[in-house]
Design a protein around this ligand. Structure first.
Ligand code: PEP
Ligand code: MG
Length: 581
């Protein structure tokens, strides 16, 4: 039976297909009445077969990589799968009670767990523990709740999960992932940002996705335009979505073609540059070069997130220079590693922090790991030889901190000088403005750097005291809050006064709701995921700066987010024909 769920669309697109449930930790075991015991026994046989294949391949890998002792445990598990006694009991109950197999296996496993608690003979204990383990694997196959290795997915799937940690999210590169549906997450979570970069249709914040399904999930369809998920979709739903998908494809190519003939400026000829945000070098293709004014934000931490060993200076240099050369002569802004917070990796896990978002993140992490930091700085400097590289520091919260990172940058430069390695001596140095203290002292910071880039994702989180990944308080994460809108204006004014460039690279930059407001408060540079550029650039060409200025002044006077949002929504209607081709 089809079941529809609603979430927040964060990366546009439509897809359908078989489902893979990313292990959510706790095993969810549905219990329901089955119609045909024969079919159910067949389903169980298939799951046992899949479990055997899984264990055999694990056995081979373990034997090769770890050794015989560890592999022999898996050999025992394989033997248990051949023992028919358990299955005879399950099959009998399926036929007499008409209950699904995973529910019976789950009861059995609970019974074994009880026995395990009371067993005094170590041999019996071991065997019972092994049995529980094997049953768990079969249940996971029956309910498709395997913890998949995202790297090794071979067939196209729709990935359903409660959440996706950033270290796993970096594996979304696999082109077999057709769409992503997360019960938790938010538009500014790293999984969402990454999915957008990789053009994977994604819906997050799907309430009760895992609480309420009662039947095995055979397939799913994701409409990441409306934010709808259909579990076990009917053929009627699929055909409606197929029609919509074709229309969407035409709309995208319409925008892209139209851009070829459009200048990147407003109706009254104010030049506006739209840059791209990237996470991986291979995102830089001809399409980005044609759509964007350059790379406004290269989040270098994704190079580190799925690695156990720190990439060497040479390895990092290879990655950075690849991007610099590919995008040349357009510029690229490399942001130094923003690790910590929710972006944990094997490096930052050494800290056990109560409040990671307020902890040893970004430049704080770098300043307490100077060698690590300098290695990255030298790699970036070496890549700057191409001539188009800028460097940017995240989460700067004081002038002292800015001076400290600049001092380390100078030291990295002299180390290269000593090694006679060339780099761009005049490399531009910028900072992210994403902490409220930086907003208040923006005038002072602007005197000591070459550019600002406003990270609205964090600026909202830190100003409104709302964890950007906590879906319980997602309703409080409000970009249209008057405090945010007024801060944005102040930052842009500080940059103007100091005559330095300012851009916005957080997710707000790609939300059409704010485009006219941004232009009205004087923003001239946007940076966003490539997928959003055609729409925003098209919208810019329909905006009149003088009118935008007047409109922004009106929005800035509003005392509540509700009124600001209403006013922005009402205004956007004016451009409906431009942005919905
Ligand atoms: C931001 O905070 O807005 C930003 C662009 O950085 P990140 O999302 O990587 O924290
Ligand atoms: Mg940030």
């Amino acid at each position: 039976m089809e079941k529809k769920f609603q979430g927040i669309p964060v990366s546009p697109g439509i897809a359908w297909g078989r489902v893979l449930i990313y292990d959510t930790g706790k095993l969810e075991v549905p219990k329901y009445r089955i119609k045909s015991p024969k079919e159910e026994i067949e389903r169980l046989k298939e799951a046992v077969h899949a479990t055997k294949e899984e264990l055999s391949s694990l056995y081979k890998k373990t034997l090769e990589n770890i050794g015989k002792t560890h592999a022999s445990i898996l050999e025992v598990h394989l033997m248990l799968l051949d023992d028919q006694t358990i299955f005879e009991e399950v099959n009998t109950r399926i036929s007499s009670e008409h209950i699904n197999s995973e529910a019976i296996l789950f009861e059995l496993s609970k019974k074994y767990a009880e026995e395990l608690k009371n067993a005094d003979n170590p041999i019996n204990q071991e065997r019972t523990a092994d049995l529980i383990d094997v049953i768990d694997r079969i249940i996971r196959n029956l309910t498709q709740q395997k913890r998949p290795d995202l790297d090794s997915i071979k067939n196209p799937i729709i990935l359903l999960s409660q959440d996706l940690p950033p270290s796993e999210a970096s594996k979304l590169k696999n082109d077999k992932i057709l769409a992503l549906a997360l019960e938790k997450g938010s538009a500014t979570s790293h999984a969402a940002i990454l999915a957008k970069s990789l053009k994977i249709p994604t819906v997050v914040g799907i309430v009760n996705l895992f609480d309420s399904y009662l039947h095995p999930i055979k397939g799913a369809a994701v409409d990441a335009i409306e934010g709808n998920i259909y579990v076990n979709p009917t053929s009627e739903t699929i055909s409606k979505l197929r029609y919509k998908k074709n229309k969407l494809k035409k709309t995208f190519s319409f925008y892209e073609k139209r851009l070829l003939s459009l200048p990147s400026s407003t109706v009254d000829k104010v030049n506006i540059s739209v840059f791209a945000n990237i996470e991986f070098p291979n995102e830089v293709d001809d399409n980005i070069k044609h759509l964007a004014a350059g790379i406004g934000l290269y989040r270098t931490e994704y190079l580190f997130l799925d690695k156990v060993d720190l990439p060497s200076e040479d390895e990092q240099y290879e990655e950075y220079i690849k991007v610099a050369k590919k995008i040349h002569p357009l510029p690229v802004t490399l942001r130094t590693i923003d690790i910590g917070g929710d972006k944990l990796s094997s490096y930052s896990k050494i800290f056990n922090e109560q409040n990671p978002q307020l902890g040893c993140r970004a430049v704080r992490f770098c300043l307490s790991n100077i060698n690590f930091f300098k290695t990255q700085l030298r790699a970036i400097l070496r890549a700057s030889i191409v001539g188009n590289v800028k460097i940017m520091f995240p989460m700067i919260s004081s002038v002292d901190e800015l001076r400290q990172v600049k001092k380390i940058l100078e030291e990295a430069k002299s180390e290269l000088d000593h090694r006679n390695i060339p780099y761009n001596k005049n490399i531009q140095v910028g900072i992210m403005i994403e902490v409220p203290s930086a907003v208040i002292i923006a005038d002072d910071l602007a005197k000591e750097c070459d550019f600002f880039s406003i990270g609205t994702n964090d600026l909202i989180q830190y100003s409104l005291a709302v964890d950007r990944n906590n879906y319980h308080i997602a309703h409080l994460y409000e970009p249209a809050h008057p405090a945010i809108l007024r801060m944005l204006k102040n930052i842009i004014e500080s940059a103007e006064k100091a005559n330095i460039q300012c851009s916005v690279c957080g997710e707000m930059a790609s939300d059409p709701l704010f485009t006219e407001f941004f232009i009205g408060i004087g923003l001239r540079n946007f940076s966003m995921s490539a997928v959003s550029i055609p729409q925003i650039r098209t919208l810019i060409t329909a905006i009149n700066y003088m009118e935008a200025k007047e409109f922004a002044e009106k929005v800035l006077r509003l005392p509540t987010a509700t009124e600001a949002k209403e006013t922005l929504k009402e205004r956007l209607k004016k451009y409906k024909s431009v942005i919905s081709a």
